[in-house]
Write a protein that binds this ligand. Structure first.
Ligand code: LLP
Length: 445
């Protein structure tokens, strides 16, 4: 097991993250527990800014909040000088409630609600990334109604099939996202937007999918996107000042994953943009990136308590933990793979082949095949690389309360999301009077 960020094995032989003993974290905060390594998140933010900044004249990094968003995360991203990409009223509300500077927020979505667009305008959100031709008209009208000019970018579908799960190949021709380059919609949108008096067209955006391990897909997207910038200028005299290439960089979920480093990513991406701009004879636009997973994914670890161990002779050993599908739906949704260790036996050999199962009422496989230390009931299992798209995709399936999240740094652990309570689960429930009356009648009989 390769340790990441501030992870190490302490003198007690326990897994430690951010200077905190994870076995003690489990005892203090309960399990399942999301643990986030603050130093690792901050280090990666700085790495992005530094590696891209060293190679490109003007780079903006906007954290994609869909990976993991809480008010404390907003504060961390703001303090690191990152901008924020949000894609719903809920994410926007979180950011505004955390006092994230609205001018540094970009609002995305393939089907934004009228209320969401109005919320963006009322709160002076920095940029709306428009996703369709009708939406351009809607935003223009809203701008007119509010006596303002709205800064927008246009989401473009570059027609690339990135090598990733088909559910997350978001930049290919057959996609609900953006305006296609191949069939002329992207240029039509650019021209239409630049003619609308209440829109200020700042640039174009694409996101080709995630997680991506092969950088060739990005290089192809860059050529198509830079060509669009150059064509808009040559054919229509339209300047597109910002080129947003989205997020998508893969992370190391297991020892078999070999994602490109941020340095390598920056080198290839900046190189491709600069090269194509030179070939097309245009000044390089400003560059925006929207990483989510690669900033928070590996910084997250989920702690579970092992409850039941079942040996099925000749088949396998099942290790059941006190969470699963509701705190991490990714194995079920995408066949995602994870690795784990037993946190209280971190320096013992991992020689026992097991399947880790959750406790939801279906197969609920968290890790289909892995080797861990000899498991016993009550042990703490730490599953790595759960920082992205775990809490943000968590549900109350089987009416499980969602876990708490602690931020660890320099030996301190602070709650940043409280554990949901059983009372939270019924807070929204209503019982029509008719049903109560029915019970009273039944009881009277
Ligand atoms: N920008 C846009 C417009 C996006 O749609 C996304 C992700 C990102 C940026 C950030 O991508 P990242 O750097 O995090 O890969 N639930 C899936 C991932 C869906 C990603 C959707 N869009 C999963 O758990 O793998």
């Amino acid at each position: 097991m390769q340790m990441k960020g501030t992870q190490r094995i302490n003198a007690a032989g326990h897994l430690e993250i951010g200077g905190c003993d994870t076995v003690e974290l489990a005892r203090e905060f309960g399990t399942p527990l999301y643990v986030l390594d603050e130093a690792q998140v901050r280090g990666l933010c700085r790495e992005y800014l530094q590696q891209f900044g060293a190679r490109y004249h003007h780079v903006m990094v906007a954290y994609a909040g869909k990976a993991l968003l809480t008010k404390a995360i907003c504060a961390i991203m703001e303090s690191e000088g990152l901008h924020l990409d949000v894609c719903s009223a809920g994410e926007l509300y979180t950011a505004l409630d955390a006092d994230f500077p609205p001018e540094h927020i970009k609002f995305h979505g393939n089907m934004k609600l009228a209320e969401e667009l109005q919320m963006c305008i009322d709160n002076h959100v920095g940029l709306i990334v428009a996703d369709s031709l009708p939406e351009l008209g809607d935003i223009n009208e809203l701008g007119a109604g509010n006596g303002t000019v709205v800064d927008i970018a246009i989401r473009v579908s570059p027609g690339i099939k990135a090598q990733t799960h088909t559910y997350t190949q978001t930049g290919r021709l057959d996609s609900k996202f953006g305006l296609g380059v191949e069939y002329g919609a992207a240029m039509a949108g650019i021209v239409a937007a630049s003619e609308m008096p209440h829109l200020a067209l700042r640039g174009i955006h694409c996101h080709i999918g995630s997680p991506i391990f092969a950088l060739e897909s990005y290089e192809r997207a860059v050529e198509i996107m830079v060509d669009l910038v150059a064509d808009a200028r040559e054919q229509h005299g339209i300047e597109l000042a910002d080129l947003n290439l989205g997020g998508g960089l893969g992370i190391r979920y297991t020892h078999e994953d070999a994602p490109p480093s941020i340095e390598h990513f920056a080198e290839r991406l900046c190189g491709a943009v600069l090269r194509r701009c030179e070939e097309r004879g245009i000044d390089p636009p400003t560059l925006t990136l929207e990483p989510g997973r690669s900033l928070v994914g590996e910084a997250g670890t989920t702690l579970y308590t092992i409850g039941v161990i079942k040996d099925i002779p000749g088949v396998r050993t099942y290790v059941a933990v006190d969470g699963g599908l509701s705190d991490n739906p990714r194995p079920a949704l995408y066949g995602a793979q994870y690795e784990a260790i037993i946190a209280n036996k971190a320096n013992e050999p991992a020689s026992r082949a097991v399947r880790v199962a959750g406790r939801h009422c279906e197969a609920d496989t968290l890790i289909s095949d892995t080797t861990v230390q000899e498991p016993e009931c009550g042990d703490i299992l730490a599953v790595f690389a759960t920082g992205a798209y775990n809490y943000s995709m968590a549900s109350n399936y089987n009416r499980f309360p969602r876990p708490a999240m602690v931020l660890v740094n320099d030996g301190e652990a602070e709650l940043i999301t409280e554990r949901e309570t059983l009372a939270d689960l019924v807070r929204q429930d209503l019982v029509p009077e008719r049903l109560r009356a029915q019970r009273e009648v039944a009881e009277a009989e």
